[in-house]
Design a binder for this molecule. Structure first.
Ligand code: DCP
Ligand code: CA
Ligand code: CA
Length: 359
């Protein structure tokens, strides 16, 4: 076992919504939704905690949010501004530890093992960071402190908004045993369902299974589940990692069923992603297709390849396989997206040009 580490996870509260409320005090203290047009087919990107009391949450349709709370205020996202604020918070994090791994625009892991002998010292640093974010940026955030990444991330969510939670090594087993299985890292909707059919609803139920059994049921992830429910997660905080993925998606004016039309859309998305990859001199080994059906249920299908993808043509080659694993053509679709992840810097400078019969 590696030595006791002190890991922090910091995550901004209602990030886009909080930035809007900060920049425009008239929006403060009110149910606020940042997202698309509620009269059209927009979705909620973020909502203030005042809006959450009405059952509104991210990814809900803006129209539905409007129904839940007719007096909510709606504003459109300003991505550039969020990126700017994101840089400010990341700078504060960086000044507190060189070992920082941004996970998304509003959150990061920090390894502060160095210079911190006890978890209480680590908690003091978490509070110091939260104070600085509040005083220097003007926003609240929540933090989790524990001895691994998984527990630190879970912890940051517990006392949201504007809270701090510590999970010590002693507290971890009881905590993990009573945790709902869907909250375990890597357990998405599909895996959660499968866990339920196996009678696994909380961490405690998962403890009954041998590692080999879990591997049989869940593949490699099974081994990971076996470990994390025992509080074992040795993943390091990886500093200096840039963007984790490059992707794009589109929501249609009206839902589409026609496969030819679907393929055309994906081709355009692939061209966009291909351009971004080339602009950033990146390539990635994992390709993910996201399909949201008319009823908002969403599936993602991924493949990981031995050779990184760097161009639209290379992406498009793998789309039919991914598409076949969805209900495209059978069930109406409202959104399609593709993402390339597991990025590395060295793209192939001279991609082989192929005359590809798309699909
Ligand atoms: N976001 C988005 N679409 C989603 C989820 C999130 O555009 N489906 C954006 C808006 C969020 C930001 O990312 O403000 C950060 O996402 P979080 O999941 O961290 O959620 P919030 O920061 O909004 O709220 P919380 O206080 O629960 O962290
Ligand atoms: Ca957040
Ligand atoms: Ca977040």
């Amino acid at each position: 076992m590696i030595e006791q580490r002190h890991i922090l996870h910091v995550d901004m509260d209602a990030f886009f919504a909080a930035v809007e409320q900060m920049d425009n005090p008239k929006l403060g203290g009110r149910p606020l939704i940042v997202g698309g047009n509620p009269e059209g087919r927009g979705v909620v990107a973020a909502c203030s905690y005042e809006a959450r009391k009405f059952g509104i949450h991210s990814a809900m349709s803006a129209a539905k949010a409007m129904k839940h709370c007719p007096h909510a205020l709606f504003v459109r996202p300003r991505k550039e501004r969020y990126r700017e604020v994101s840089m400010q918070i990341m700078e504060i994090f960086s000044s507190c530890s060189p070992v920082i791994e941004p996970l998304s625009v509003d959150e990061a892991f920090l390894d502060i093992t160095e210079n911190h002998n006890t978890i209480n010292e680590a908690a003091d640093t978490a509070e110091h960071i939260r104070n600085r974010v509040f005083n220097e940026v003007g926003l609240t955030c929540s933090a989790g402190v524990s001895y691994n990444k998984f527990l630190a991330k879970v912890a940051s969510d517990i006392n949201k908004p504007n809270g701090l939670t510590i999970i010590t090594r002693e507290q971890a087993p009881e905590f993990l045993a009573s945790m709902a299985i869907g909250r375990f890292y890597g357990v998405g909707k599909v895996t959660e369902k499968k866990m339920h059919t196996l009678g696994i609803r909380i961490g405690h139920d998962l403890l009954r299974f041998e590692k080999v059994e879990l591997i049989r049921f869940f593949g490699k992830a099974g081994a990971f589940f076996y470990d994390i429910v025992r509080g074992i997660d040795d993943r390091p905080v990886k500093p200096g990692r840039g963007r984790k993925s490059i992707g794009t998606e589109t929501t249609f004016q009206t839902d589409i069923l026609d496969l030819v039309q679907i393929q055309e859309v994906i081709q355009n998305l692939a061209v966009k992603v291909g351009h971004s990859l080339q602009k950033k001199d990146s390539s990635g080994t994992t390709l993910t297709l996201k399909v949201r059906y008319h009823d908002f249920s969403t599936v993602t299908r991924s493949i990981t390849l031995p050779v990184p993808l760097a161009t639209a043509e290379e992406i498009i080659q793998h789309i039919p396989q991914l598409l076949r694993a969805t209900d495209a053509g059978k069930i109406k679709i409202r959104l399609l997206g593709i993402t390339v992840s597991n990025l590395s810097k060295q793209s192939k400078k001279t991609p082989v040009q192929m005359a590809l019969p798309f699909f």
